[in-house]
Write a protein that binds this ligand. Structure first.
Ligand code: ATR
Length: 278
């Protein structure tokens, strides 16, 4: 690291709700690093020029959140990792020799969370069931495909969006109607919710898992509350249940390592700290 007091942050609009500052500041503290991590609100009409001049911004890098992940992908051009290229979205940027680089760590965050919380989850990878068809669903389908899951059934309230996601992963992903969930549950080695159902203030996600495979892993991207109705149903049926907080924490690791030169650990203490803020 050549810079004294390296500064990073999270670029978004709005961005005040982001939990990233708590995560990164807690790591800065834990590793005794003299750096900072700030909220960087940038309105949509300014994002292209902000990123084009990022080398002069005083930041060594940043996370990028909604609605700027596609703009960040455009700004880094070819200088991105395969996940970002496949998804057309960048959520982590950094400077190298004055040039802007990018990655999509939602994919590695999702995979690292399962590797840590449910070791062996991808052994005998088989059919998968992904609920939802937004940005998180794309990242997760990409991650599941990279571990050999197939077919990956994508189910969404608005079926056309599921079809658009499936079309991005030809031969691996298949769109299905929401009404097919009951039919698909018994085949799935992994079931992942990427919709907002089950989130505090949203309707519950009600799925009967009594006919799920005994080796099914059930994962939720919702983390408020931590114990969603879906995960409760999974545990009630003796299935492995993985909450969404781990994905949030693990997706933050690669950025911190790039900007501050230390690969941080996702610890139970960090989980507790975030939980106390939810
Ligand atoms: P993200 O980028 O985080 O994945 P998103 O693009 O807003 O978020 O996607 C939210 C997902 O939750 C969508 O799949 C949405 O379904 P639609 O595409 O039909 O809108 C899903 N979702 C939100 N509310 C829902 C509800 N009440 N019932 C079923 N699905 C819902």
């Amino acid at each position: 690291m050549t810079k004294t007091h390296p500064r990073a942050g999270v670029i978004g609009w709005p961005v005040a709700h982001s939990r990233s500052p708590i995560i990164h500041r807690s790591w800065l503290d834990a590793y005794g690093i003299d750096g900072s991590y700030d909220l960087i609100p940038v309105p949509p009409q300014e994002i292209a020029s902000f990123l084009a001049n990022f080398a002069d911004s005083g930041f060594v890098g940043a996370n990028v959140t909604l609605p700027h992940k596609e703009a960040a992908f455009a700004a880094v051009g070819e200088r991105c990792d395969p996940a970002a290229r496949a998804l057309g979205a960048v959520n982590t940027i950094w400077l190298e020799d004055g040039l802007l680089y990018g990655a999509n760590t939602d994919v590695t965050g999702f995979l690292a969370n399962l590797d840590t919380s449910a070791p062996g989850w991808d052994r005998d990878a088989g059919p998968a069931l992904v609920l939802g068809a937004g940005g998180a669903a794309r990242a997760i389908v990409h991650g599941l495909a990279s571990r050999g899951f197939a077919p990956i059934h994508v189910v969404n309230r608005t079926e056309e969006k599921a079809e658009a996601v499936a079309a991005q992963f030809p031969g691996v992903a298949r769109a299905a109607a929401w009404s097919n969930i009951a039919l698909l549950v018994p085949t799935a080695r992994i079931i992942v919710n990427t919709t907002s159902l089950g989130m505090k203030g949203q309707p519950d996600l009600v799925i009967d898992l009594s006919r799920a495979r005994p080796d099914a892993v059930v994962s939720d991207t919702v983390y408020v509350p931590l114990e969603t109705p879906l995960l409760r149903e999974a545990r009630r049926n003796g299935l492995v249940a993985v909450d969404g907080l781990g994905m949030l924490l693990h997706q933050a690791v690669p950025g911190f390592a790039r900007w501050f030169g230390v690969t941080p650990k996702v610890t139970p203490e960090l989980r507790d700290l975030i939980l106390s803020d939810l």
